[in-house]
Design a binder for this molecule. Structure first.
Ligand SMILES: [Zn+2]
Length: 305
């Protein structure tokens, strides 16, 4: 049974008792913990990639797979991830790095999935597009919360909530979320400040961004990052939108701000170059689907002026 099913649930005719049938029932809910009554589907991850049947169309790549699509994949241990609003949960499978990918399946880097599913138009993600962010975030967190951070004992899943519980000292660990800001700075000529980070591909310019430090407001983070990375002062800080960004654990808060003073002076550590750009002469930009590209696109359309 090499055929990977996609779409309508089906079992091979007369398969009961066959190896294929037994493999199918590896995902039997009683054996795997996969609750078919409450699960709206399943995602399969391996490292930073999403694993999907090759026949799955690009437009549906962010949607969870029907359970029957998993037949033929051995040794699965799906994890049920409850929906935030108490609706249908999402199940996820975290394949070990060394696990072979079955024929007729392919791996897609998560960042590519995000570009495919938003096409650069969505500032935030909701509904099914949001569930893949949540599933991936939780899968990563579970990989890194195997042991208690206080006493080192192996953690267990908490019984009533999405948390890890230490059976020895009682420490509870919740999924980690790291707030970060990203900001488009506009000057009085309507130009935007775009910067080239050392980690970007050559020629790509994006926005100033940085993680919130303990004890800071988001506005303090924003003014600090701008001061540290490009040496400027800003005013009229306005919140625009947010986006979960699980690379890893971030929640990006997108802002706009007006230039208020200072001369561009890059830090040389993270930022190699920063310049004011006119709308009709922009450099290579970050990928579609990111909040940075959304803010830049808003500026290109005449907003923030
Ligand atoms: Zn402990």
């Amino acid at each position: 049974m090499d055929e990977v099913l996609w779409g309508t649930p089906q079992l091979p005719e007369g398969a009961a008792g066959s190896a294929a049938y037994r493999r199918f029932f590896i995902i039997n809910p009683r054996r795997s913990g996969l609750n078919t009554d409450r699960a709206q589907g399943v995602y399969v991850f391996q490292g930073n990639t999403l694993v999907v049947p090759v026949r799955m169309p690009d437009a549906k790549i962010h949607e969870p797979l029907p359970l029957e699509a998993l037949q033929g994949m051995d040794a699965l241990e799906p994890i049920e991830i409850p929906d935030i609003d108490g609706n249908l949960s999402i199940s996820s499978v975290d394949l070990a790095p060394e696990s072979p990918i079955p024929s007729q399946w392919r791996k897609i880097p998560l960042r590519q999935v995000i570009a495919l599913m938003t096409q650069g138009t969505a500032p935030t993600c909701s509904g099914l597009t949001g569930s893949i962010f949540r599933a991936y975030h939780i899968i990563q967190w579970r990989r890194e919360s195997r042991f208690c951070g206080s006493c080192g004992s192996p953690n267990q899943d908490a019984p009533q909530e999405l948390a890890r519980l230490c059976p020895v000292c009682g420490r509870v660990e919740y999924p980690r979320i790291a707030p970060a800001i990203i900001v488009i700075i506009i000057n009085d000529q309507g130009q935007a400040l775009l910067a080239h980070n050392k980690q970007f591909l050559p020629g790509v310019y994006s926005l100033i961004a940085g993680f919130n430090e303990a004890g800071e407001t988001l506005e303090s983070t924003l003014t600090r990052e701008i001061r540290e990375e490009v040496g400027l002062r800003v005013r009229d800080i306005r919140y625009v939108t947010s986006q979960p960004w699980p690379f890893p654990y971030s929640l990006m808060a997108g802002f706009s701000a007006r230039y208020a003073g200072g001369t561009i002076q890059v830090d040389g550590v993270e930022i190699e170059d920063a310049r004011w750009f006119d709308r009709d002469r922009v450099p290579d930009l970050p990928g579609l689907g990111s909040v940075s590209r959304y803010l830049i696109n808003q500026w290109l359309m005449g907003n923030f002026s």
